[in-house]
Every structure is written in structure tokens, then in C-alpha cells.
Design a protein around this ligand. Structure first.
Ligand code: ZN
Length: 86
């Protein structure tokens, strides 16, 4: 009556990933939601923000002209603008 054959407890943890519809959808949506835009701070206190560079330039030029009576070039207007994230 000897114990025959030791019960081999093989630690095979059933790694049969259950088909229980556990859909682990790792949606790595890297949403770089930081909106970049342009900001212009005028000496007079006027501030404008725009997502469009060309628009920023235009608005800056318009402001400088209407408020300060100066005509500046696109490059000069752009110089007053800086990129910001909002
Ligand atoms: Zn101004």
C-alpha cells in the first residue's frame, strides 16, 4: 500500500487568458492638447492671442496702426509676438 507516485503539484497556473471578452484595449491616445498659439503684448497694455500666425501678424499691424499710428512690417509685427501654450 505504498504511496505510489507523489502527486506532482506542478505549478502550472493556467495562463490561458480567458476569452471572457476582457478586451484590454490600451488606447494610448497621446493627446498633446497643449494648444500652441501666438501672443502679443503691446506696451500700451493691449494683448492679443491667436492660433494663427498670419492672423497674429495682421492683428498686430492693425493694432499698431490704429492705436499708435505706426505702420510696421510683418517681420516687425512678428517680432512682437511670441509663442505660447494655452
Ligand atoms: Zn498698443
Amino acid at each position: 500500500m505504498g504511496l505510489f507516485g507523489k502527486k506532482k503539484t506542478d505549478g502550472t497556473t493556467s495562463t490561458t487568458g480567458g476569452m471572457t471578452g476582457a478586451t484590454t484595449t490600451t488606447t494610448t491616445t497621446t493627446t498633446t492638447r497643449a494648444t500652441a498659439g501666438w501672443q502679443v503684448d503691446c506696451d500700451c497694455g493691449f494683448m492679443l492671442r491667436d492660433h494663427n500666425k498670419d492672423e497674429t501678424v495682421q492683428l498686430t499691424k492693425t493694432h499698431v496702426k490704429t492705436s499708435h499710428g505706426q505702420t510696421i512690417t510683418d517681420a516687425e509685427a512678428l517680432k512682437r509676438a511670441r509663442t505660447v501654450t494655452f
